[in-house]
Design a protein around this ligand. Structure first.
Ligand code: PMP
Length: 339
């Protein structure tokens, strides 16, 4: 029997696990996917948004009549807007002028005010998105910056919910947890919980784009959105986000874009799971890990969001061909041969 909720906020967390029976066929260790697109706003970031807003209320940073501000065009913006509007706040999303129009449209649909600013100018430039957002926070009375990259309530959401859910859903049989790293909140919180509850037995594996710096890459550009780390030469401070604690991660699997994207397409066709490109990276990494494991192992991989937001990208044959990710047929041959 499905649940009856008094508020959409109660439909954040409690997401299902799905066995990847087809993609994991022939592997001794079962691979289960945690489907975060079942959250009410459609992504794993609903958990962090709820956690950050409730923490800000507790700490007195956000009071009735207050305004939530964040530089985000994606899943965090949606989560913050849903949570913020339900709890009576004004929400302002600062969006890059290079971000797709649909992303601003969905934020407005949920009731956010969207402020667009440049991200291609130097970080010191007053017109840079980050400076515009900080100015809004300074000028609007009662405004609070969610600051997902450095907010401890982001990893804490996963320490309190995602980790315990996975432990309970697998009856403590999980041995490996695989997730991509954006802010690092998901892998840090979930990883720390699973390590703690298993007495250090659970291995935590970061799924990183090949050139991302989390996994040791040189920071050169990659395609898969929302995960990985690079240092803008002229702009960003030389440090990891505080939401990412490197000790929580044991190893990285570094996944080329092509393998990530083709895996996301296989997830839809073979498992009936329409997920985004970062889910492709995570599942590709999980399959690599599972190939080295035995029947006593159990792999859980986090799928951050739905493929509905990427129908004109990874799930479009034309787009895949245009960028050289799909040469002929369905493009699955090279991947199957490599397996
Ligand atoms: N995938 C997608 C689609 C996301 O929106 C995010 C969040 N930026 C991530 C992966 C990474 O999650 P986290 O920020 O918790 O590391």
């Amino acid at each position: 029997m499905a649940a009856v909720h008094e508020s959409v906020l109660d439909a954040i967390g409690g997401t299902p696990l799905f066995r990847l029976a087809r993609l994991g066929a022939g592997l001794a260790a079962p691979v289960y996917a945690k489907a975060e697109f079942f959250n009410v706003g459609g992504s794993v970031k609903d958990r962090a948004a709820l956690s950050m807003v409730l923490a800000a209320e507790r700490e007195g940073l956000l009071k009735p009549g207050g305004t939530i501000v964040e530089a985000t065009s994606g899943n965090t913006g949606i989560g913050l807007t849903i949570v913020g509007r339900q709890r009576g706040y004004r929400v302002i999303a600062g969006v890059s002028d290079r971000s797709a129009a649909e992303k601003s449209d969905i934020l407005r649909a949920y009731g956010a005010e969207v402020v667009t600013a440049a991200t291609s100018v130097p970080r010191e430039d007053p017109s840079h998105l980050f400076n515009v957002v900080r100015r809004l926070v300074a000028e609007i009375p009662g405004a609070w910056l969610a600051d997902q990259y450095d907010n401890p309530a982001n990893p804490d959401a996963h320490l309190r919910t995602t980790g315990p859910e996975i432990w309970e859903q697998t009856a403590g049989r999980v041995t490996h947890f695989v997730a991509g790293v954006g802010t690092g909140g998901s892998i840090t919180g979930t990883g720390e919980y699973l390590k703690r509850v298993s007495g250090g037995a659970v291995r935590v594996v970061g799924a990183d784009p090949e050139s991302s710096m989390y996994g040791g890459g040189d920071g050169s550009p990659w395609y898969v959105e929302s995960i990985g780390h690079f240092l803008h030469p002229e702009t960003v401070e030389d440090r990891w986000p505080k939401a990412y604690r490197a000790e929580a991660v044991d190893t990285f699997e570094c996944i080329p874009d092509r393998e990530s994207l083709l895996t996301a397409r296989r997830l839809a066709r073979e498992e009936g799971i329409l997920a985004g490109p970062s889910s492709g990276t995570a599942v590709a990494a999980a399959l690599r890990v599972a190939r080295r494991l035995g029947p006593d192992d159990l792999v859980v991989v986090l799928l951050p969001d739905s493929g509905r937001s990427y129908l004109s990208k990874v799930h479009s044959d034309a787009w895949m061909r245009q960028w050289g990710f799909l040469e002929d047929g369905d493009g699955l041959r090279p991947l199957l041969d490599a397996a």
